[in-house]
Design a protein around this ligand. Structure first.
Ligand code: PAF
Length: 285
């Protein structure tokens, strides 16, 4: 496994002829990331993982400085997952100065996480476009936990004509049901228990969705209400603060009407002890 910044990557890339798979990350790797790398390995001859904490996607009051950076442990996880090249550029290499020209995420980037974190998705898409240009992958693998990010990267690939296949892997959960996230490291034991209301809300929604008669109306509202009841009681206990809960059309992230038919996503975001968590559930109506 090679590790390097832009010059080393360019030299390595010029020597390769096989199909290249990219897993972009900000480090603090966990088994969810390793699952992405394993999938990239299965889809390509060579796997590149990028580790770069991208300042453009953090708000001024967010955790860019304290974001975990366990680089040595990350490299071990990449090695275990069979990564060929770890692209770990220095901040000054990626952004010698603040970029004047950026990718704009548009309407789909201004709702949900984008509303809670203005400019976040412009920052994500700008760095992902740079990674695509630098690494020139044939395929890229993203986790579906950050579902809005996945939808936007997919849309950028289409809108900006990147010749890259994107694969989304389902949310990877710990044994207690909490979606794996690098930010789970911020949770104390008590916070972690409080956070479990999020997967419980999604389970409640899934149970109701399974009972909705096919072709019958009212399903979307009942499903959303089931999840809301769980989150509202957790919020009343002071366990968490709900930022949003919404059932949306997976094609465009617009809210599902009462008679919606098709593929939907139940999106949830909450803060627990100051830690911002997101999760989602795909549903068919
Ligand atoms: O999902 C992430 O870790 C980041 O948003 C990404 C895609 C690596 C861009 O910085």
């Amino acid at each position: 496994m090679e590790v390097g910044g832009i010059q080393a990557l360019r030299r390595w890339r010029a020597r390769q002829s096989g199909k290249v798979g990219l897993v972009p990350t900000m480090g603090a790797l966990h088994s969810g990331h390793q699952a992405l790398m394993t999938r990239a390995r299965a889809e390509s001859d060579l796997v590149v993982t990028s580790i770069f904490v991208n300042p453009l996607q953090f708000g001024a009051d967010e955790d860019f400085v304290q974001y975990p950076r366990p680089f040595a442990a990350d490299l071990e996880k990449c090695e275990e997952a069979g990564v060929d090249f770890v692209f770990a550029p220095a901040l000054g290499e990626m952004y010698p100065s603040a970029p004047e020209v950026r990718v704009r995420a548009g309407r789909m980037g201004a709702v949900f996480e984008g509303e809670a974190r203005p400019g976040h998705f412009d920052g994500v898409l700008t760095v992902v476009a740079k990674l695509f240009n630098l690494i020139a992958p044939d395929v890229t693998v993203f986790g579906l936990k950050d579902i809005q990010q996945f939808c936007l990267v997919k849309r950028m690939i289409a809108d900006l004509d990147f010749d890259i296949e994107i694969i989304g892997l389902p949310v990877v959960r710990d044994g207690d049901g909490l979606a794996m996230s690098s930010r789970n490291e911020y949770l104390t034991g008590a916070d972690r228990n409080r956070a479990l209301a999020i997967p419980r809300a999604l389970e409640a929604a899934a149970e109701v969705a399974a009972e909705v008669p096919s072709g019958g109306g009212g399903g979307p509202a009942a499903v959303e209400a089931a999840a809301r009841a769980v989150l509202d009681s957790a919020a009343e206990r002071g366990d968490l603060e709900v930022i949003y809960l919404s059932l949306v059309d997976s094609a465009d992230l617009r809210p599902c009407g009462p008679d919606f038919r098709g593929s939907a996503l139940l999106l949830v975001s909450a803060t627990v002890g100051g830690t911002h968590l997101i999760d989602n559930l795909p549903l068919e109506f």
